[in-house]
Design a protein around this ligand. Structure first.
Ligand SMILES: [Zn+2]
Length: 423
């Protein structure tokens, strides 16, 4: 019956023991909504009795059917069900009956595996649990159940860690223990390894001590931001690893300090207040990227100016701003050209006029200098995680209402294709 086989193909039913019945189609209207009902029969010769284990023989006989209704994925947005008559058998060895099972559906479940697979696919996209439930005509608890089955598929390899790791943290869901959750990934591939609910030191230690000593010793570099508990953590659990401070965080420290300097200057010099407020981007920009040849009219200036002359004018208005700007630009350049000797040189012999904010940043640099040296010697960065954390924020916003950290984490791992469903 080729036509019927095609219908089974369209419905994506792969179990060869399922055959359509003669009048296989029926429609049903439930609460004004159309449903497709496809009627079929499941029949095959069982290998043995599942109760007593006796191999199939003449004492295991057919014993009527069990009718079940299995939800299939929607067909052109119409809810579709398979009305499946499953063959029952009576075993005369043990006098018990049993029903045949199909690969299309799990035992005692009326939601077909294909529906669950469809839910699983939807979970990798950015939609809320409620939307996914509605789209697949299942309840929210079914969606959660599919997520759980994903979760079971994680097999942690505790005897392996990649050579290069990067660490970061993100603001977690409210229910999480600890406001910040911890995430770490392979610094070469960007693949997430795991997420830990709480970034407190004792929690992270516990987490990493689950890995074998050999796995921990194989870690050679770890990229982090300037968060000192991570440093003591790495020294203890990854004794062979070099600590690398993420480049972005090194730049951020000094640019934030310089920006605070600008705001302070803005508030204490009313005559250049507007100009400092309007042209803040030019001040933060690397000096060599400023345009010095194109002169035009700028708001706040009476004569023609270039980006460079604006900056020169602004910093000439305050000694603190002038000294701070030069130090900021010098450090930026040393970082950009990866010149550690130059960088270290700028940390000593400080101009007395630099702002207190910059002084604090310099002290932080000095504190972490041995790890900053490692940064200058590598191309590794936390870039992957910064991007990922942006995505996590989106997941939090749309896929919300995760009351528990567990679901939030599972969903993050699913959207990163870290987990495969069991279907
Ligand atoms: Zn039996």
């Amino acid at each position: 019956m080729p036509q019927e086989n095609n219908i089974l193909k369209i419905l994506n039913i792969q179990d060869k023991n399922i055959k359509l019945e003669e009048n296989y189609y029926e429609k049903e209207i439930v609460k004004g909504e159309l449903r497709h009902l496809v009627k079929a029969k499941l029949s095959y010769r069982p290998e043995k009795c599942p109760h007593c284990g006796k191999i199939y023989d003449h004492k295991i006989i057919k014993h009527g059917f069990k009718k079940t209704k299995i939800m299939l994925p929607k067909q052109s947005r119409i809810n579709t069900y398979l009305i499946l008559k499953k063959q029952r058998y009576l075993c005369k060895h043990c006098n018990r009956t049993f029903t045949l099972s199909s690969s299309e559906v799990e035992k005692h479940c009326f939601i077909g595996k294909k529906v669950k697979a469809s839910v699983a696919i939807d979970l990798t996209e950015k939609s809320s649990i409620k939307d996914i439930a509605k789209r697949n005509n299942v309840s929210s608890s079914t969606v959660y159940r599919v997520m759980t089955s994903y979760y079971k598929s994680i097999k942690r390899k505790l005897n392996y860690l990649p050579k290069h790791l990067c660490f970061d943290e993100f603001k977690s869901v409210k229910s999480a223990k600890g406001a910040m959750s911890f995430i770490y990934c392979n610094a070469d591939s960007g693949k997430i390894i795991n997420i830990v609910e709480n970034r407190r030191l004792y929690v992270l230690k516990q987490h990493f001590y689950r890995y074998s000593r050999q796995a921990r010793n194989s870690v050679k570099k770890v990229v982090i931001d300037m968060y000192s508990p991570y440093i003591s953590l790495i020294k203890e659990v990854f004794p062979k690893a070099k600590i690398v401070i993420d480049r972005f965080h090194i730049v951020q420290l000094i640019s934030r300090a310089f920006n605070k300097t600008r705001i302070k200057a803005m508030n204490s010099n009313p005559n250049i207040r507007n100009k400092l407020k309007r042209y803040w981007k030019l001040l933060l920009k690397p000096k060599e990227e400023l345009n010095s040849t194109y002169f035009r009219k700028y708001i706040c200036f009476k004569k023609f100016m270039s980006q460079r002359t604006i900056v020169e004018y602004l910093i000439s208005q305050s000694d603190v701003l002038y000294a701070s700007y030069n130090l900021y630009q010098n450090l930026l350049y040393a970082i950009k050209t990866k010149n550690i000797k130059m960088f270290k040189g700028y940390l000593t012999n400080l101009n007395k006029n630099i702002s207190c904010y910059l002084k604090t940043s310099i002290n932080t640099y000095i504190k972490y200098i041995s790890h900053i040296e490692n940064t200058f010697a590598t191309t590794l960065s936390n870039g992957f995680l910064e991007g990922l954390i942006g995505k996590i924020k989106v997941i939090k916003r749309i896929a919300f209402g995760f009351r528990s950290f567990h679901w939030f984490k599972t969903r993050i791992l699913i959207t990163q294709n870290m987990l495969a469903p069991n279907y």
